[in-house]
Design a binder for this molecule. Structure first.
Ligand code: SF4
Length: 498
């Protein structure tokens, strides 16, 4: 039997973001990001206020160019005039000069280390402004946009993400600047969870206590997007990792906030004891399956070969983990938990947060959600979604859809709904649906096809990383995507409704 420690959040130091604190003894903060054009002051202020009203104390806005950078000061002033103390964050991907400009106006600046340098004075200058104004910094690593030199050395891997983050964190420490938050996002829950865990190990080795911003990027929309976010974020929160979270959905951003809140509250009210650090995860064979059974199941498909492990109280992942690790042999394991009350969305979110971790760690082969008040077909669908979000079993098309931001050039929400309706039955395919051509192609990772906003109302189609057709009017783009999949011999007709 493994010994269980009291549950605790990983100790971090406090970072002030305007009037909000991340890390230290502060509760986990939820945040979101606008998708209005940042230079449109009225629309951006109105949306930021809607996000704040939904319960997020921190709101991020993209600042891709000078116009957007210049708009930030006006946005902050308008929010304060409306009595919104919301902490404002500028999201910078490429241009250091815009980061310098933004740092003069906002409460936190997020930079992507894939596009910033530590050896040219850029970071030093930014830190100088941040220190003078009391502004925080986020080192926001994205799996899809690592620097070329990092990819050359480490490949497109969690280890490369960690190397990228640590280079910046070490430089910040040399500069004696500790108001830094760090994130390691990916749309792949397995990559993302592994990257955060490796980063925590690396920081621990060097005595660093920077707080962590946790999220699954490009999670998509609807129940699928929520489940994917809950699998990744829940696995880390259960580890005690995470000081602020964002649930990224391809929906109106204020809709992200209650989902993030539900997740935070779910973990906050957990009782009991569990092991926060899990040595077995860090072995070279991390993520190996416990058994040789290669047929992950939903409870509808159970047979006598499977062991069912129940968790009925306290901290379910702790109970499951202890029970599974205590078992002899390698019989496949199905984890079962009963959920009383709550609607299907809530059960889906909590079950994903509970069960995803064990699926990611290769400790379980199946899931069984026992929720008598919810329709059996709906539950079966939720179980399949959890298996897919944990990348254990693919039963439907995988979508990598960005949440959109001020760079988005078309109506991505409607487009995603139409693409899903037409292509949702192809479990062998991953389709990226991305708002902009600047970050989209890199961040759709290993998608087989990409549907990417190229100019207002125009789409560019990708096969893998290769452009197939440029600047198609949006009205024709879905047909052309389907034609492309057909021409590649990867299309099948949906099964007839029974
Ligand atoms: S890919 Fe989407 S979220 Fe990312 S920068 Fe482009 S539009 Fe914004």
């Amino acid at each position: 039997m493994i010994s269980l420690d009291e549950f605790r959040r990983r100790p971090t130091h406090a970072v002030r973001i305007g009037g909000c604190t991340i890390g230290g003894s502060a509760p986990i903060a939820v945040q979101s990001m606008t998708n209005t054009p940042t230079a449109d002051l009225r629309a951006s202020v109105a949306q930021t206020e809607r996000i704040a009203d939904a319960g997020a104390p921190i709101v991020r806005l993209t600042a891709q160019g000078r116009r957007e950078g210049e708009a930030l000061a006006g946005i902050v002033a308008a929010l304060r005039a409306d009595n919104y103390p919301t902490a404002v964050v500028a999201d910078i991907h490429f241009t250091p000069e815009i980061a310098f400009m933004a740092a003069e106006a906002v409460d936190k600046v997020r930079i992507n280390p894939g596009n910033f340098r530590t050896d040219s004075g850029q970071l030093e200058h930014l830190v100088e402004i941040c220190r003078r104004r009391g502004v925080a910094l986020r080192i926001g690593v994205n799996h899809g946009s690592l620097a070329r030199r990092i990819v050359d050395e480490w490949g497109d891997t969690p280890e490369g993400m960690v190397a990228s983050a640590m280079e910046f964190l070490r430089r910040c420490r040399e500069l004696d600047f500790d108001q830094v938050v760090v994130s390691m996002k990916s749309s792949n829950t397995r990559v993302m969870v592994h990257a955060y865990r490796l980063l925590v190990e690396a920081m621990d080795r060097e005595g660093m206590t920077y707080p962590l911003h946790v999220g699954v990027t490009e999670a998509g929309d609807g129940r699928e997007g929520r489940i994917k976010s809950a699998v990744g974020i829940g696995a880390l929160l259960a580890d005690g990792i995470g000081d602020t979270i964002r649930v990224s959905l391809t929906e109106d951003p204020e809709r992200e906030v209650p989902v993030a809140r539900q997740l935070v509250d779910y973990f906050a009210r957990r009782e009991g004891r569990f092991h926060v650090h899990h040595p077995e995860r860090y072995s070279p064979t991390a993520y190996r399956r416990r058994s040789s059974v290669d047929m992950p199941v939903t409870h509808a498909e159970l047979d006598e070969r499977f062991l069912v492990v129940d968790a009925v109280s306290g901290n379910p992942t702790a109970e499951w983990r202890a029970a599974i690790l205590d078992m002899e042999g390698d019989r496949p394991v199905v984890i079962r938990r009963r959920y009383e009350g709550g609607d299907a969305d809530e059960v889906a979110l909590f079950a994903a947060a509970d069960m995803g971790q064990l699926l990611l760690d290769g400790l379980a082969d199946g899931v069984w959600i026992d929720a008598p008040e919810i329709d059996a077909a709906v539950l079966h669908d939720i179980e399949l979604m959890i298996l897919q979000a944990s990348r254990v079993r693919f039963s439907r098309t995988e979508y990598i859809a960005c949440p959109s931001c001020g760079r988005t050039l078309y109506d991505i929400q409607t487009a995603l709904a139409r693409i899903k309706a037409r292509t949702g039955h192809l479990p062998n395919l991953k389709i990226g649906v991305m708002g902009c051509i600047v970050n989209g192609p890199g961040e759709m990772a290993d998608a087989d096809y990409g549907y990417v906003g190229a100019a207002p109302g125009c789409i560019t189609l990708y096969r893998g990383r290769e452009i197939v057709e440029r600047n198609i009017p949006q009205s024709e783009a879905l047909d052309r995507l389907v034609a492309l999949i057909e021409a590649d011999g990867r299309w099948s007709e949906p099964a007839a409704e029974k």
